[in-house]
Design a protein around this ligand. Structure first.
Ligand SMILES: Cc1cc2nc3c(=O)[nH]c(=O)nc-3n(C[C@H](O)[C@H](O)[C@H](O)COP(=O)(O)OP(=O)(O)OC[C@H]3O[C@@H](n4cnc5c(N)ncnc54)[C@H](O)[C@@H]3O)c2cc1C
Length: 199
């Protein structure tokens, strides 16, 4: 059995998020960052992914607003320092997005300070949401080993902790969740599964 059920990005659940998905709202800087050259973007989150991807976005965007609901980043030391020192990144602490608006693409982001209740709007061309990703593993029991975030742990042959069960793609613990890596994993998993059956 090869498990390839992927992972689901967590959503903010605010108006405009779904409507503008692929029209300025994104979860992938590697995929969509180059579309925002010299543009203004908003990034949401405070963990390693949000901070790393925001720094990556500054290669293209002229300004990145990083909006975080706390008053400090959760991201690890070096990433935090790099982000705080990056002149293109402006932080909006203790803040949450409330609405995304535009005509055909993202144009305005509405923000609320969750401590003071103060509201405001930002003119932006894009909105990158990095508030976590969940592996689609709810159907699995406890026999197959997973990392602390729930992603299936595999070795380089895509073997899980259970003989004859393999995992590939976004559902496994991997540093990069892209089509290229998922397809590569799948090739290895299929090869290993065939080898397992033959032996
Ligand atoms: C909005 C968005 C944009 C992206 N853009 C790019 C891009 O431009 N370039 C790029 O390389 N990557 C991109 N990615 C990432 C890429 O889509 C994933 O890395 C890739 O699809 C992972 O492949 P996968 O087969 O592991 O999982 P998926 O493609 O997610 O497939 C998992 C499948 O399993 C099914 N499934 C889930 N649970 C169950 C269950 N219990 N039983 C049966 N079936 C189940 C799902 O319905 C789905 O069909 C993007 C991702 C998103 C969300």
């Amino acid at each position: 059995m090869i498990i390839a059920t992927g992972a689901s990005p967590k959503k903010l659940g605010i108006p405009g998020e779904q409507e503008f998905s692929g029209k300025g709202v994104s979860i992938c800087a590697t995929c969509d960052g180059p579309f925002f050259r010299d543009k203004v973007v908003v990034a949401v989150g405070g963990g390693d992914t949000a901070v790393q991807e925001s720094i990556f976005l500054t290669k293209f965007a002229k300004k990145v607003y990083l909006i975080h609901r706390r008053d400090q980043l959760r991201a690890t030391g070096i990433l935090r320092e790099r982000a705080l020192a990056n002149e293109k990144i402006q932080f909006l602490w203790d803040s949450a997005l409330t609405r995304i608006e535009g005509k055909t693409r993202v144009e305005k982001i509405f923000v609320k300070n969750i401590r003071s209740g103060e509201t405001g709007e930002l003119a932006a061309d894009g909105c990158f949401i990095w508030i976590g990703i969940q592996p689609n593993t709810d159907f699995l029991g406890n026999e197959i080993a997973r990392d602390p975030f729930g992603f299936i742990t595999v070795n380089s042959r895509m073997e899980t902790s259970v003989p004859g069960v393999f995992a590939a793609g976004d559902v496994r613990n991997t540093p990069l969740r892209q089509i290229a890596t998922a397809v590569g994993d799948a090739a290895v998993a299929a090869f290993s599964a065939e080898h397992y059956i033959e032996n």
